[in-house]
Design a protein around this ligand. Structure first.
Ligand SMILES: [Zn+2]
Length: 338
């Protein structure tokens, strides 16, 4: 064999070996959700975003009167602060987050088989338009429509001018505390749990809640911060908690199906992969609600169940000021607008 042929073959073999070794290591150290690129043909022909959301008859307000996403904080706080209703022995709350879920996905609900949102609404629940970015559209937003600022505003009840998380990769100081910390530390509840798969929440050095996680560990506060490799892992962690005899009093979780599909293939009802991302997220939400209703002590527990998102999306991105990124939603088993 000629020398140059041998050299080419040797290079090829070395390249194959390098890929075989490197890829599993990268996959292990940086696991990504594997189900985001689900194939499907379940898309709809969309008209304009405004027309789509104006046609949603389950909403109790208009997008012009959308509530701020900081309302999530108030709803959870006031649920735990209110006295127990007759016959109830314990309060519980869960916030089910569908990351990057546009509100026009609600157009898909009439054809949803398993749907957390439909489950809440058919049980007498409530749905409202919500906004992210600090002020309602079309006024210029004061914080990015990004993941970290959005969830942080819901968990702390304030905007980025106070919590200072203006983007991803900016660790929040311990103050202002999230509900996961403050409710337990102030002895309003006994336990809380934060279930995610995105590594930007609390597992990287520059993650949003890394300081709060360290504070919780150092002070033996009964709050669990647990990250799984993907949404299936998050589902398993949440169900394991909900199926426990004494589940966490407050559970906050995020699912990445919609956000990953949006970034990968486009935030649009006309994109079957984004539609499938929504279907996956909402079917998972339905499983959580079923698990809550199946709890042996469910009759005596007073549950607040919220489904929401951190931002919408436009084309393959979010963070900006557009209508599609700014208007979101809250669905609840209890009244939102009193
Ligand atoms: Zn997000």
């Amino acid at each position: 064999m000629k020398k140059w042929v041998k050299a080419v073959m040797a290079c090829f073999i070395i390249a194959v070996i390098a890929v075989c070794i490197t890829f599993p290591i990268l996959s292990y150290t940086n696991p990504q959700p594997r189900l985001w690129a689900v194939e499907g043909d379940d898309s709809i022909t969309a008209v304009s975003f405004e027309e789509e959301i104006n046609s949603l008859d389950m909403m109790e307000n208009t997008w012009q009167t959308a509530v701020p996403q900081t309302e999530i904080y108030k709803l959870v706080k006031s649920h735990f602060d209110a006295p127990l209703a007759d016959g109830k022995t314990e309060k519980k709350a869960i916030v089910i987050g569908y990351d990057g879920c546009r509100v026009d996905t609600f157009r898909l609900l009439e054809n949803s088989k398993e749907s957390g949102i439909n489950t809440l609404l058919s049980d007498g629940g409530h749905a409202v338009f919500c906004y992210c970015g600090g002020v309602n559209y079309p006024e210029k937003n004061i914080q990015d429509t990004s993941t970290a600022p959005g969830w942080c505003s819901m968990l702390t009840g304030v905007w980025a001018d106070v919590h200072h998380v203006t983007g991803n990769g900016q660790p929040k100081e311990v103050e202002p505390r999230t509900l996961l910390l403050s409710l337990v530390e102030d002895k309003v509840i006994d336990s809380s749990a934060f279930y995610v798969s995105w590594n930007g929440h609390f597992t990287k050095d520059n993650a949003t809640y890394i300081n709060e996680k360290h504070y919780i560990e150092q002070n033996n506060i009964n709050a669990v911060f647990l990250r799984a490799g993907n949404d299936i892992g998050t589902e398993r962690n949440v169900l394991s908690d909900l199926n426990g005899e004494d589940c966490s009093d407050f559970i906050f979780l995020t699912l990445e199906y919609t956000d990953h599909n949006g970034h990968g293939t486009g935030f649009s009802l006309q994109n079957p992969k984004y539609v499938n991302g929504f279907r996956n997220a909402d079917a998972t939400g339905a499983k959580f609600i079923e698990a809550i209703k199946a709890r042996p002590n469910y009759k005596n527990e007073d549950w607040l169940i919220l489904i929401t998102t951190d931002h919408g999306g436009l084309v393959k991105s979010h963070g900006g000021p557009s209508f599609e990124e700014r208007i979101t939603f809250i669905v609840s088993n209890q009244e939102i607008i009193k």
